[in-house]
Design a protein around this ligand. Structure first.
Ligand SMILES: [Zn+2]
Ligand SMILES: [Zn+2]
Length: 173
């Protein structure tokens, strides 16, 4: 007896297959529409990266994400992960949890003195300058046992991101 091997219409690792399985997940469907509406190509790599991010709230680094997605796409390089994260960030599909802290930024803090009196920060997303924002002017959000169960709060920092006066003026000229 001869066994007929059915040729599959979509190979397991093809883009069509990846898209078809993504269509079953509302978040992935929304992602595909989001990319298309902004003229960004839906690729296997982007689907796998977004799926890994949307199925966990672990805030992985690009390296950790690379390890995860490699299980699906073994030939994927770290450089490609970075490139795709950039393009997905540009269209607002991926958020960088700590966008301006690629390099550490420091300031003097001395408990019990006027130096480093608790304050918030205003961060310019264009020139990356950081300005202090007096805590008295903006109440610190209350984080308690209800909003963060099981978490012991040590401090609450507010980082306000935006465009500083100088950068704003420069773009208006
Ligand atoms: Zn600025
Ligand atoms: Zn400061």
């Amino acid at each position: 007896m001869r066994v007929q091997v059915q040729k599959r219409a979509t190979e397991p690792d093809s883009l069509a297959h990846a898209e078809a399985s993504a269509e079953r997940d509302p978040a992935m469907r929304a992602f595909i529409e989001h990319c298309r509406a902004r003229g960004v190509a839906v690729t296997k790599q982007r689907l796998a990266i977004f799926e890994a991010l949307s199925s966990s709230r672990a805030h992985p680094s690009a390296e950790e994400l690379h390890e995860l997605v490699k299980q699906k796409l073994p030939s994927l390089s770290l450089a490609t992960v970075y490139k795709n994260l950039d393009s997905l960030r540009e269209i607002g599909a991926v958020g960088d949890v700590n966008p301006l802290h690629v390099r550490g930024r420091y300031e003097a803090v001395l408990p019990g003195t006027g130096v480093g009196h608790p304050h918030h920060h205003l961060v310019c997303t264009k020139c990356h300058r950081i300005f202090d924002l007096a805590e008295e002017l903006v109440p610190t959000p209350r984080v308690d046992a209800v909003s963060a169960p099981g978490f012991t709060v040590q401090s609450v920092r507010v980082q306000v991101e935006g465009v500083c006066g100088d950068c704003g003026a420069a773009t208006r000229e």
